[in-house]
Design a protein around this ligand. Structure first.
Ligand code: 13P
Length: 254
């Protein structure tokens, strides 16, 4: 059985002080929820202080990005080796990075390979844009994104996939549970073709895009959806805690 996975992508929000206060506000309650992987992805500058704060806790950390080179003259970049010391996960290929920072499939692929080499577990984000969805091109776009992102990836080794339709991110217009479940089932079939049925049944695939405490249950009731990548709602302690708690209850009632 796949362990449910809820990650908070804080994006470019919180100073170090705010990040510490946010974790302090939910740490105790979040720690009590078992059988769910709880992952916080704060900005780079908060990873080290939060690692310290979360010593002995069941809450895990992830970064939001990385550069693919191990070290060198890349002013302003953060390498896989630097992150491997600080966190277990790293978000790669988020649509905001593809859109605003022009990350191509090839760059995403280099980052996935570099993360895996350093022992980090990628949270690989894929998803179609509104116009692609409206043109019924979702499966085609997703197949292309998986082809490019996973090129030369021999073993998924803990990699998590997040299906985030771009039109649902930050818009308040989430996909329906059924829509997300259908696309995630399609992603799992694609993974089965590449890595075999066993791996496909093991890989965790999340939904992301306007997930809140109010709609989380709709997604968690779906059999193919293993959790969520939460943006805005992960910045509010009670909302995030509620999403994690609901996930634990729903996924373990079955
Ligand atoms: P929102 O939950 O704010 O829509 O963001 C989703 C997201 O992009 C998570 O990575």
């Amino acid at each position: 059985m796949r362990i449910p996975f809820i990650a908070g992508n804080w994006k470019m929000n919180t100073t170090v002080g705010e990040a510490i206060r946010l974790v302090q506000a939910m740490r105790e309650e979040l720690d009590k929820v078992s059988h769910v992987d709880k992952v916080l992805c704060p900005p780079f500058v908060s990873l080290a202080p939060l690692k310290e704060l979360l010593k002995g806790s069941s809450i895990k950390l992830g970064a939001q990005n990385l550069y693919f080179a191990e070290k060198g003259a890349y002013t302003g970049e953060i390498s896989p080796l630097m992150l491997a010391d600080l966190c277990e996960f790293v978000i790669i290929g988020h649509s905001e990075r593809r859109q605003y920072f022009h990350e191509t499939g090839e760059v995403v692929n280099k980052k996935v390979l570099a993360a895996l080499k350093a022992g980090l577990k990628p949270i690989l984000c894929i998803g179609e844009k509104l116009e692609e969805n409206e043109a019924s091109r979702t499966e085609e776009v997703i197949t292309e994104q998986l082809n490019s992102s996973l090129a030369e990836v021999k073993d998924l080794a803990g990699l998590v996939i997040a299906y985030e339709p771009v039109w649902a991110i930050g818009t308040g217009r989430a996909a329906t549970g059924e829509q997300a479940n259908e696309t995630i089932a399609f992603i799992r079939q694609n993974i089965a073709k590449r890595y075999g049925e066993k791996r496909a049944q093991e890989v965790r695939i999340l939904y992301g895009g306007s997930v809140t405490a109010a709609n989380a249950a709709e997604f968690m009731h779906q059999p193919e959806i293993d959790g969520a990548l939460v943006g805005g709602a992960s910045l509010k302690a009670t909302e995030f805690l509620s999403i994690v708690t609901q996930t634990a209850v729903i996924k373990y009632r079955k």
